[in-house]
Design a protein around this ligand. Sequence first.
Ligand code: HSE
Length: 312
Amino acid sequence: MKRIVVKSPASSANLGSGFDVFAIGLKDPKDTVELRASKSHELAVRVTYAENSSVRGFEDTAMRAVIEAMATEFDLAYRIDGVIVSHIPIGVGLGSSAASSVAAAVGADRLFQLNLDSKSILRFAAEGELAASGSRHYDNIAGALQGGFVMVHLDSLETIKFPSPKGMRIVIVTPELKLPGKKTKYARSLLPRNVGLKKMTKNVSFASRVVAGFANDDIEMIGSGLEDSVVEPARKMMIPWFDEVKDAALKSGAAGVCISGAGPSMMAIVNSYKVDPERVRKSMEYHFGSHGISANSFVTSIGEGTKIVRKF
Ligand code: HSE
């Protein structure tokens, strides 16, 4: 029997202006996935959650879709058992299905010695996103795979990656809200079908600041690019008191604030050489709380992406 263990992190997609193109891979939390494969006369894939998994959502569906797509394309006749230990909160804009999809793709690639390039890994991992959320978007999976700040070229799936500026911290605040089960599908249904020239131009200018900020290690410049004239205005109704919480984060020293992925988590970036990220976290949590909305929150940083931790 072949066995492999892979760890893949949470991610935050869009960064305001970079809808479906930008993402960061976070340092924490992470999913751990184990794949076991034994020769069989036909393909059989089973995915389960480990007892110590803190959450259970659509990751098993996502992983199965990825493994089945790979097994079909490469004609793999194996019995494959996947086990997930998930610590990434589900359906809150932190790329939970992306992490397990990428872990499955990276694990299967190494286990079956397929030697796929990163574009092919993204192509297969996107099958997991499709199964879990109804659309093949590549931003979260690129962030989870590579870590850092990643941009995906949507025609070729080529990615460009920048490391995190030193001292940059990420504050994630997740309000406890009742949202539809397939939340990403719902959040995408809120988006406008067409975008005016003025809004498009504004978003190009914001997105340019994000990229230039990462290229120049300038946290304040990145923060000023986390604005968004198109997606955020359409989605912020999902998050009660969004404007007030955003304002509180900026007043307490955040360099920029946006919706994390399809929400409802909010992400603030902080230059920890100048501002204590705990101050920003507490202020955001406090403002949700003052309106009777409980929120979970944590401080992390940009991480290194998916890693194989053990191969037997
Ligand atoms: N770019 C995607 C969206 C990310 O905003 O719909 C989903 O996590």
